[in-house]
Design a protein around this ligand. Structure first.
Ligand SMILES: Cc1cc2nc3c(=O)[nH]c(=O)nc-3n(C[C@H](O)[C@H](O)[C@H](O)COP(=O)(O)OP(=O)(O)OC[C@H]3O[C@@H](n4cnc5c(N)ncnc54)[C@H](O)[C@@H]3O)c2cc1C
Length: 415
């Protein structure tokens, strides 16, 4: 049975155009390395310039409005672009969380000032949410914004903030960091935050690299009385929780995905490995137990693709979404972990050999994935939080007003 999508003549012509552009514009040594830790300054410089060229063609952020520097293209175009870019290891981001915030909450001036340079690829932004004392509990945000005349003074700390380039690389970056700040410590939770875009560099702002298990793309941020103008506040000064919703809805799966990301492909690589590896004269994949493991991994990946594609299709069709994105988010995190374990079942300790070892399968890709998946349980707000949000959306969570049933409330003892 063929589960593939059918593409029209016009779409296939667009795919050929993208393929041609890649073969003419992207030298092999500029493609994404197997291990993200090997991404070099030279590659950063190449892609920083190339992304601007892609934006001019409408390919960098294809589905965002043309009037603000986006591509004005359809979800079908984005699907084809993302498939081709993924298959050719092109570093690319089809969306950014800040775009949603600016489109929903930004004034026209703010869209011109921030959204246009982000969409045309000249500037980049990192999201700053997590604080050292706890990232999951965003309603308990501690970093402070204090009014000073027409300006705001920002003081606080963040950790695990993801993004490139590495400190010291040229061209330097990011150009902005964005997220909530506590504007009114006396107001109740959810009504005490503002949402700010902070220019980088700024006096009093320091960014330090963190070297974590997945690599060195995370950073610690220190703000000591960083001054920003009032036009850097998005929404009202205590509306930050609501503004952040537009951004978090996307982070928690609300835009879906046109096509599986490269980090979801490691399970299909494991199936290739089982088929192509010979042990004692027969293919590893002929072992019925390993066959079953590989089949479970394939089905899990396929279900994940469908869940996230459905959300993507609903989003692009401007349909009202409820739990769909969160379901895809929870499934994506959980299936990645399940498949990481299955990879170890099939490859054994070979899955843990890095690219320096000639025996490492697929140039060390599985070892990268084993490290990456551990971190992905926490990236984007932790799997536990994703489950809490999903259960609220489908109406099975308890509210703060109601305790869990106990024998006293749920059992008829008789008299
Ligand atoms: C690879 C990676 C990239 C990241 N990128 C960014 C980034 O770009 N920007 C950014 O701001 N942050 C980023 N983070 C941080 C990430 O968002 C946080 O790790 C996450 O929000 C959890 O916060 P925490 O680590 O402080 O854990 P805590 O909030 O201290 O939570 C500890 C544990 O308790 C659980 N827990 C907490 N509250 C509840 C609850 N109410 N119900 C059930 N369980 C709960 C959590 O699930 C977790 O297992 C990144 C993290 C990683 C690993």
């Amino acid at each position: 049975m063929d589960f593939g999508l059918a593409y029209t003549e016009e779409q296939q012509a667009f795919r050929r155009e993208v393929q041609e552009w890649i073969s003419e514009n992207v030298p092999d040594d500029m493609r994404e390395p197997v291990d993200p830790r090997d991404f070099s300054e030279k590659q950063w410089q190449f892609w920083h310039a190339k992304h601007q060229e892609m934006a001019e063609k409408g390919w960098l952020f294809p589905t965002y409005p043309k009037q603000y520097g986006g591509g004005g293209l359809s979800g079908d175009h984005e699907t084809i672009l993302s498939e081709e870019f993924r298959n050719n290891n092109i570093p690319w981001s089809g969306s950014s969380l800040l775009f949603a915030t600016l489109l929903v909450w930004g004034t026209e001036e703010q869209k011109q000032k921030f959204l246009v340079p982000l969409l045309n690829g000249t500037k980049i932004a990192w999201q700053k949410l997590t604080e050292p004392k706890g990232g999951a509990d965003l309603a308990n945000y501690q970093s402070r914004a204090v009014r000073d005349g027409d300006d705001w003074l920002l003081t606080g700390q963040n950790v695990y903030i993801s993004g490139q380039p590495r400190p010291g690389w040229e061209p330097a970056g990011p150009d902005f960091i964005y997220g909530p700040m506590l504007t009114d410590p006396d107001a109740p939770r959810h009504r005490n935050l503002g949402y700010f875009i902070i220019p980088v560099p700024s006096e009093g702002l320091d960014i330090k690299e963190m070297n974590l298990l997945p690599g060195h793309d995370q950073h610690a941020i220190f703000m000591d009385n960083v001054r920003v103008g009032s036009d850097h506040l998005i929404g009202g000064e205590t509306q930050g929780w609501q503004v952040m919703g537009a951004h978090l809805e996307q982070e928690h799966g609300g835009r879906g995905r046109a096509t599986p990301s490269p980090r979801d492909l490691f399970a299909s690589q494991m199936v290739d490995y089982a088929r192509d590896t010979e042990v004692d004269g027969s293919s590893l994949g002929s072992d019925p137990v390993l066959q079953q493991v590989a089949m479970q991994a394939t089905l899990d990946s396929y279900r994940d693709e469908l869940l996230n594609k459905r959300t993507y299709w609903m989003y692009q069709s401007r349909m009202e979404l409820s739990y769909e994105g969160n379901l895809g988010d929870v499934h994506n995190r959980e299936h990645q972990l399940r498949n990481t374990i299955r990879v170890r079942d099939v490859m054994g300790m070979y899955a843990l050999l890095d690219g320096n070892d000639p025996r490492a399968p697929q140039g060390g890709a599985q070892e990268v994935s084993q490290r990456d998946k551990a971190g992905q349980r926490h990236a984007g707000g932790s799997t536990n939080i994703a489950k809490v949000i999903l259960s609220r959306k489908i109406g099975v969570s308890r509210t703060q007003m109601r305790s869990a049933p106990t024998p006293a409330t749920a059992t008829d003892y008789g008299s």
